[in-house]
Write a protein that binds this ligand. Structure first.
Ligand code: QV4
Length: 474
């Protein structure tokens, strides 16, 4: 279940974190489809507790499998899935199979109005009772398999996935989403569940819905959140054959490199050469909704120049199943998404350049990022050739004879003739501008009959990247 079921030549997922279903439907039609995005990871769809101040993380505390949240109801969800599939954009749902809500004072009322008593492990909306959960205990030793898989992750009531009843309810929930036309799932906290139980659940799921344009016998795409920094007792390797696995080391190492802690020349062996998972099993990202909030090496939208360089490398280098993050602005871990006085999530608004303005960051609408989604589509199925570096933080490489990328993360200019491997002609740098009606609004590069072109990236240029490809030939 490693196939994301891309449409056409598309091959990038965007995580529209906390967006409403009606806004995603419009985004598919107005932006993601036309720009060649392959799919959207959406926030959890099922009913959750209501936490004071409405932090984003309340959605990781389920109350039932009714499809009503602050992002919308079942009808709106179904409408979004249909409209996105109609323009070739797949929907992947973030699903919570590991647990239900954590403790709550008294009776909790969820986002669909369902009551539950999490403290008593009573969730009548499913229904689940105490016997469907593992006994309460705390994870204190992350290298103790029993604790990691059978105790409670931050106090979240831990479901027993070996039970027939729990399995049947989880399968019913996922099958309902498949019936509505989704292409697959992000499995939250997968490491906290035994891989045998997940295998049973995944293999019991229905095929994707042919009425939504999927081929016969297509299996749901699965990518599992397993954080493995290298030497964990519960490792990514236990899950990688069941579906793709989030490759957290990718995120950490790309952050390190573009923050200047590791010379870019070492990226020549990026991927399995760095001990990462095989490409088709790795879900890759510069940052995700959790680690963008942690201090440390991981880059986020707050360091835009480095972030755009790292993203360009991520999307230009052929490794992994790529996911781009689309955030809302935050000050701290608990900052809620943009909301109004009634605590309803507000829709993104755009300026005349298409950038988001009202608290949504929308990295996916930054030209330097969506242009690289187009680059990745244009160079699909080619290899890295013609690697060049200056022995430090200036690098370039080709993708066959279809694309070329150069990066300058040194504090001095990159100015020289480089092999672009492209057919002779003039190409528009898709980072500094766009090709509009046959003319380039940014830098352009003339490639000679030997494939060489003069490349200039000043150390104080707005962006430290230059990207050329055959679909942006002037
Ligand atoms: C608090 C205390 C706990 C205590 C508990 C019980 O901190 O020590 O045991 O009360 O009284 C929120 C609060 C957290 C609170 C918890 C329970 O932040 O302080 O615990 O609720 O009330 C998200 C957020 C969490 C949030 C959680 C549930 O990140 O802060 O907790 O949602 O709302 C590991 C895992 C990995 C996990 C990662 C965060 O291996 O799987 O930690 N990542 C996924 C998601 C993540 C999500 C969860 C798992 C849980 O990506 O976003 O956590 O679904 O690495």
């Amino acid at each position: 279940q490693h196939n994301p079921h891309w449409w056409g030549n598309r091959n990038t997922i965007v995580h529209l974190f906390e967006w409403k279903w009606s806004d995603i439907a419009q985004e598919c039609e107005n932006f993601l489809g036309p720009r060649g995005f392959g799919g959207v990871q959406v926030s959890p769809v099922n009913e959750n507790i209501i936490a004071a101040g409405r932090p984003w993380w309340e959605r990781y505390q389920p109350i039932s499998y009714k499809l009503t949240t602050r992002s919308g109801n079942e009808e709106e969800f179904g409408d979004m899935v249909r409209r996105c599939n109609d323009v070739g954009v797949r929907i992947y749902v973030d699903v919570l199979l590991n647990h239900m809500s954590g403790d709550f004072d008294g009776v909790a009322v969820g986002t669909a109005g369902t009551e539950a008593e999490p403290g008593k492990k009573s969730f009548p909306g499913v229904p689940y009772t105490a016997q469907d959960f593992h006994p309460t205990c705390e994870i204190t030793d992350w290298n103790d398999r029993f604790q990691v898989q059978q105790c409670e992750l931050v106090g979240l009531k831990d479901l027993d996935q070996s039970s027939d009843w729990v399995r049947s309810k989880l399968i019913e929930f996922l099958d309902h989403l498949i019936d509505l036309g989704v292409a697959g799932f992000r499995v939250d906290a997968a490491k906290h569940m035994a891989s045998e139980d997940l295998e049973y659940i995944y293999s019991s799921l229905s095929n994707l819905n042919i009425d939504h344009g999927f081929p016969h016998n297509a299996r749901p795409f699965i990518f599992q959140e397993v954080i493995d920094h290298g030497h964990e007792t519960v490792s990514r390797d236990e899950y990688k054959d069941l579906g793709a696995v989030t490759e957290f080391r990718f995120s950490e190492e790309i952050g390190n490199a573009f923050r200047g802690n590791n010379a870019l020349k070492w990226l020549q062996s990026w991927g399995t050469g760095w001990g990462f998972l095989p490409s088709g099993q790795a879900l890759t990202f510069v940052d995700n909704h959790d680690n963008q909030r942690d201090a440390g090496a991981v880059l986020n939208y707050k360091s835009p120049k480095q972030y755009k360089m790292a993203t360009a490398f991520h999307l230009a280098y052929p490794y992994g199943i790529s996911r781009v993050m689309s955030s809302f602005a935050f000050d701290d871990h608990d900052t809620p998404p943009p909301q109004d006085e009634q605590e309803r999530i507000v829709s993104p608004e755009f300026d005349e350049d298409g950038a988001c303005v009202n608290g949504w960051i929308c990295e996916h609408r930054w030209r330097q990022i969506y242009a690289m989604v187009g680059f990745k589509n244009a160079v699909r199925d080619t290899e890295v050739t013609g690697w060049w570096d200056n022995g430090d933080n200036q690098i370039s490489f080709c993708r066959g004879n279809k694309g070329f990328l150069a990066i300058n993360n040194n504090l001095y200019d990159l100015s020289q003739d480089l092999n672009t491997c492209l057919p002779q002609g003039t190409y528009c740098d898709v980072i500094s501008g766009s090709l509009i009606d046959g003319s380039c609004t940014g830098k352009s590069v003339t490639v000679n009959e030997h494939g060489y072109g003069y490349i200039h990236i000043g150390s104080d240029d707005f962006d430290g990247v230059l990207g050329l490809h055959v679909d942006a030939k002037v």
